[in-house]
Design a protein around this ligand. Structure first.
Ligand code: APR
Length: 257
């Protein structure tokens, strides 16, 4: 168990504005698969082009909807881990804290983070395919009828109750624009913060991966938590090589004994 440099705890304790930027790695210890980890990563087991693009949904809506329902069912069975909870402690200690996530799960919310900025949308915000996309209103599939989603099970997407258009997963697919308001809020927070804690992201998918780089170029101290090296090592002042559920609670305990 490496001893966390007291400097990191000091940095966190003294931060006035902190941004916590998370990727799939923060949910790994909740049993939610990441994307690019060897063998277990979703993109090692599934073809993103077949499942995570608008073209894929257009070509085979039942396959794509079914896959996201499988992912949603997995998240429903998962619990926030001590990494998510440690982040809520940071938020309680530093009022000007902003949590920005690339994840589409709701584990930050279920851990108690009040306003999570979702750069890539959410599994729990399906929306209508109509031109003026509005949150889908559709009868919740009566339990029991909704076939237990499992990877590969095809499930027909519901139709929007108000306009009969197909409902689609509320996530940002490859090639799609990120929600403007979320990206703007995230960039503003990254520009203004004095510490950015990046946790569990490989830092390779843009424009989300710009966020830690914006913080660094705006003079913030970037602290990375990741068991592996990533391209973000270069801009991180401190690289804590470890898992979120182990490092974050230790960091919080050291900062606020
Ligand atoms: N604790 C912390 N980090 C971890 C843990 C853990 N327990 N387990 C794995 N990691 C790290 C991995 O080393 C890797 O660097 O989490 C990172 C996960 O990287 P990705 O799987 O690429 O996930 P992410 O960076 O969030 O992907 C960004 O890509 O596919 C798109 O839209 C998708 O939001 C996603 C985006």
């Amino acid at each position: 168990e490496e001893v966390l440099p007291h400097r990191v705890a000091q940095l966190l304790r003294d931060a006035r504005r902190v941004v916590i930027f998370t990727g799939a790695g923060i949910s790994a210890e909740s049993g939610v698969p990441t994307f690019r980890d060897d063998l277990t990563g979703l993109w090692a087991r599934f073809d993103a082009q077949q499942l995570a693009t608008a073209e894929a949904f257009h070509a085979d809506p039942d396959l794509v909807w079914g896959w996201y329902e499988w992912r949603r069912a997995r998240v429903r069975r998962a619990e926030p881990n001590s990494g998510h909870l440690a982040i809520t402690t940071i938020e309680s200690r530093i009022p000007d804290s902003t949590v920005i996530t690339q994840n589409v799960d709701d584990l930050h919310e279920r851990a108690g983070t009040p306003a999570t900025i979702h750069l890539h949308g959410s599994l729990f915000a399906p929306r209508c395919m109509a031109a003026a996309a509005h949150p889908a209103t559709f009868p919740d599939q009566p339990d029991g009828e909704a076939a237990e989603p499992h990877e590969g099970r095809r499930i027909s997407p519901p139709r929007c109750a108000s306009c009969r258009e197909l409902v689609r997963p509320g996530v940002v697919w490859f090639g799609e624009a990120l929600p403007e308001a979320a990206l703007t809020a995230a960039a503003e927070a990254a520009t203004a913060c004095d510490v950015l804690l990046t946790v569990g992201t490989s830092g390779v998918v843009y424009p989300a991966a710009e966020i830690p780089r914006i913080a660094a170029s705006s003079g913030a101290t970037v602290i990375q938590v990741n068991p592996q090296p990533t391209p973000l090592d270069r801009i991180a002042a401190i690289n804590l090589r470890g898992s979120a559920a182990q490092v974050l609670p230790t960091l919080v305990a050291a900062a606020w004994r």
